[in-house]
Write a protein that binds this ligand. Structure first.
Ligand code: HEM
Length: 439
């Protein structure tokens, strides 16, 4: 697969790593990453056709991804995109927005700007403040669980069937994030569509476009349109929160100042967009992953139903096991050594969270869903200065939802084949048919 000095992935393996469809065939994707990690833990991925995308280092070992994530001076979130993009897609983004990322936000800023922007909402997302929204989240959780049971027409001893994704795991985190951003319920479908266009552009079912195999140009146009739409929408929310501030995070952003001045409009919109977008497809994927694991293991389901102290372990393991954010990219700020290779200033690197979270050197039997896994220092939330801002919220949402589900669902099993999305970036289940009885 690789030459000795500067290992280069063969074309078939490069395709397997970059094709959105590969991420829908999870086990064979994990086989590919196992092979690459064992043979060339840092390997160059290059296009068949020069110029199609800029060659980059694929990083698959847990220790290397962790080291990169924590060294924010050497591995930057700028100037090259933080999400893998083809040369053409970058050119379209530049054309559409004047930047090589479609949205300027926390994830594309580096120091000294990044910590100033991050500080604005950091306290809001800490567990102590999140206690103030716990009751509202519980109400939302009960509502989706009721709807799920109703849709399945299930009762005590009466099995019903329903798809967990459209009824629970997709709408619930969206309701939560929309609530904290002050978006009224009637606007949620629009936000859902826009977010799916932003993140799910590679999967026809998720993008809502109905177009199979979209070209990079079509995907970029779809995404650029979604960004514009988002920007217009949140400009209205910001104006309202400046006039009538509340306790929500939308008010914090609308009234924030950096270096004594309010945020420029594009940055403010970027802040809302990153929260709206990062906050729900991710949590949706790990929620569906947890439910699939429980449906596949009735004994574990019965155990956690009887002993809720097992729940935090299940939540954490579901996040590792499903790894909703599948990669982020970095740009090397200087020449450096990593995993036995010389990285040059300007090199582009892909941190594969999927590969890192399935590294057998860090996790025993990594493909097994093990709710008792300890320690479980996974990289699904990243690490270092950019570590997920919403990680406490994501865990809280999942715990509250599963408390509601475990109270109401009596038995649980798969009612069909779960389906994963075609996506190299944010991935996870798009269908999870379940058979269940309810109290
Ligand atoms: C950043 C994963 C839920 C907001 C990130 C990063 C990852 C991630 C991998 C990048 C970390 C890095 O570069 O080191 C996840 C997963 C989630 C989740 C797996 C659910 C299970 C949320 C939620 C929110 C959120 C609920 C907020 C409502 C953010 C923001 C960033 C971020 C704002 C950018 C932080 C920065 O660059 O400083 N997330 N996330 N995420 N996440 Fe999450």
């Amino acid at each position: 697969m690789a030459t000795k000095e500067r290992p280069v992935l063969d074309s078939a393996t490069a395709h397997a790593v970059l094709a959105p469809e590969s991420y829908a065939s999870w086990d064979s994707l994990l086989d590919t990453f196992d092979r690459v990690r064992a043979e060339a833990p840092l390997a160059i991925v290059q296009p068949d056709e020069p110029g199609y995308f800029e060659p980059f280092w694929l990083v698959t070992r847990y220790d290397d991804v962790m080291a990169m994530s924590k060294d924010n001076e050497t591995f930057l979130n700028n100037p090259k995109p933080v999400v893998f993009s083809t040369t053409e897609a970058i050119a379209f983004a530049q054309q559409a927005t004047g930047s090589n990322m479609l949205v300027d936000s926390l994830v594309v800023f580096d120091a000294p700007i990044h910590p100033k922007y991050r500080k604005l909402t950091q306290q809001w997302f800490m567990p102590r403040n999140l206690k103030t929204v716990e009751d509202e989240i519980r109400t939302l959780a009960h509502r989706v669980v009721d709807k799920f049971i109703e849709a399945g027409d299930a009762g005590a001893g009466k099995p019903g069937e329903a798809d967990f994704v459209p009824l629970v795991s997709a709408p619930y985190p969206l309701h939560v994030v929309m609530q904290i951003l002050g978006v009224p319920e009637e606007d949620e479908p629009r936000m859902l569509m826009l977010t799916q266009q932003l993140f799910g552009g590679q999967d026809a079912d998720l993008s809502g476009s109905g177009m199979e195999n979209m070209t990079p140009e079509q995907i970029t146009m779809l995404v650029a349109g979604a960004v514009k739409n988002f920007e217009e929408y949140f400009a209205g929310i910001a104006a309202d929160r400046r006039a009538n501030p509340t306790e929500d995070v939308a008010s914090v952003i609308a009234n924030a100042e950096v270096d004594g001045a309010p945020l420029p409009e594009r940055d403010m919109a970027g802040y809302y967009i990153i929260l709206a977008a990062a906050g729900h497809d991710t949590t949706s994927a790990s929620t569906a992953g947890a439910m699939m694991a429980l449906a596949q293991d009735p004994e574990q389901f019965a155990r956690v139903k009887a002993d809720r102290s097992l729940l935090p372990g299940i939540v954490e393991e579901a996040i590792r096991w499903s790894t909703p954010v599948q990669h982020f990219m970095r740009t090397a700020a200087r020449d450096t050594q990593l995993g036995g290779q010389t990285i040059r200033e300007g090199d582009w690197l892909m941190m594969s969270y999927v590969a890192a979270n399935h590294d057998p050197a860090q996790f025993d039997n990594p493909r097994k869903f093990d709710a008792a896994r300890s320690p479980n220092r996974h990289l699904a939330f990243g690490a270092g200065a950019h570590q997920c801002l919403g990680l406490h919220l994501a865990r809280l949402e999942m715990r509250i939802l599963f408390e509601a589900l475990l109270d109401r669902i009596e038995t649980l099993e798969l009612a069909g084949e779960p389906k994963r999305a075609n996506s190299t970036f944010v991935g996870g289940l798009k269908a999870l048919p379940l058979r269940f009885t309810a109290s």
